[in-house]
Design a protein around this ligand. Structure first.
Ligand SMILES: [Zn+2]
Length: 358
């Protein structure tokens, strides 16, 4: 049976575009499919100023393919002691800085410059609350005494909860929420939103570990239990406005994935939307896909609604699917979601602006 759904053009509220030849190899996947994309700042060195955003934006736009005509990257800067508050205010006012991203030091890729405690940044967060600048949080404890599967819950209760209590006007996004505890936290905090990734919606730790260790599914925060996945899917399909798609697409070469220590990150820019569509379809909630992938993010960030739609069709046809990409330097990156991509076709459909009231 063929099933189709038309949704406003989606956005990606959490993506790693990298730099150099990797940027050139991956940006087209995001730019052709998504309109807004909130680009993460964890380069080396980290993006911490309007000047660094401006040059990174130039490198990104130079790499965007010509057929991605309406790609609108937004930028978070890295929460660090070197942030100049006047520069942050200026960047927020002119739109060049959309948000500040807090990384616990050592939690994930290129996070060595992050904070050891959120409480060290309270004066910065106060400025952000006053200036209505959103704080993005990688909510994961780095305390080695805490079990890896409990680290999100621990961070939320020990770090983010006191910050939200002290600064109730601060808008926060819990990035790549990965547990039922995370969903409960967002539900209990009215100024908190959350991004959810395709891989956390569609896979659990048994996929990661049960039939041989799968480095391509290894990410931070680590994919958690079946119960956690069910809570994420229920939240994403609930129609609640605080949940939005953030792919956390994070390419690593196979040489960094298949060695003795796998780097954290799933490259899902190519097929992430198909993965989400299939998860919603299997949950019987395909009608909520537009809310999660398109509408909620635009409303949360107060940006212009799209003037085009995409149509997703689930049908059994023969498809030629790429399973990896290769950069100009010869690095191979595995594409996540080929199973779901084999089931779905996605087409972009221009419509009149009046359709979405912009
Ligand atoms: Zn990320």
């Amino acid at each position: 049976m063929t099933i189709s759904i038309e949704i406003p053009q989606p956005d990606d509220w959490h993506v790693h575009l990298r730099d150099g030849d990797m940027l050139a190899a991956v940006v087209g996947y995001t730019a052709r499919r998504f309109r807004y994309a909130l680009v993460m700042p964890n380069l080396v060195p980290a993006i911490t100023s309007t000047a660094a955003v401006a040059t990174y934006r130039e490198r990104i736009m130079a790499a965007v393919p010509v057929d991605a005509a309406d790609f609108r990257p937004l930028f978070a800067i890295y929460c660090s002691r070197v942030i100049d508050l006047d520069d942050l205010r200026r960047g927020a006012a002119d739109g060049s800085i959309a948000a500040v991203k807090y990384y616990p030091a050592g939690a994930t890729t290129n996070s060595a410059a992050g904070g050891s405690s959120m409480f060290d940044f309270m004066s910065l967060f106060e400025v952000m609350a006053d200036s209505e600048i959103r704080l993005l949080v990688h909510a994961e404890s780095t305390d080695p005494a805490i079990d890896i599967f409990d680290r999100e819950a621990h961070f939320l209760s020990e770090q983010l909860a006191p910050v939200c209590a002290a600064l109730p006007e601060l808008s926060v996004t819990v990035e790549h929420v990965s547990t039922s505890d995370g969903v409960d936290f967002v539900a209990a905090h009215p100024r908190c939103a959350a991004t959810i990734t395709p891989h956390h919606l569609a896979r659990d730790r048994s996929h990661l570990l049960a039939n041989g260790m799968r480095p391509d599914l290894y990410c931070k925060p680590v994919i958690n239990s079946t119960t956690d996945r069910a809570a994420l899917l229920a939240a994403a399909t609930s129609g609640a406005k605080g949940y939005m798609l953030g792919t956390d697409s994070a390419p690593h070469p196979t040489t960094a994935k298949y060695g003795p220590v796998a780097k954290a990150g799933v490259f899902n820019a190519a097929y992430g939307l198909e993965v989400v569509a299939e998860a919603f379809y299997q949950a019987g909630r395909l009608d909520q896909l537009g809310q999660f992938a398109s509408t909620n993010g635009v409303a949360c960030w107060g940006v212009e609604p799209p003037s085009s739609t995409i149509t997703l069709t689930r049908e059994t046809i023969d498809r030629e699917l790429a399973t990896s990409l290769t950069t100009t330097k010869g690095d191979e990156v595995v594409l996540f979601g080929t199973e779901e991509a084999a089931l779905w076709t996605i087409q972009t459909t221009p419509v009149t602006a009046a359709t979405f009231g912009c």
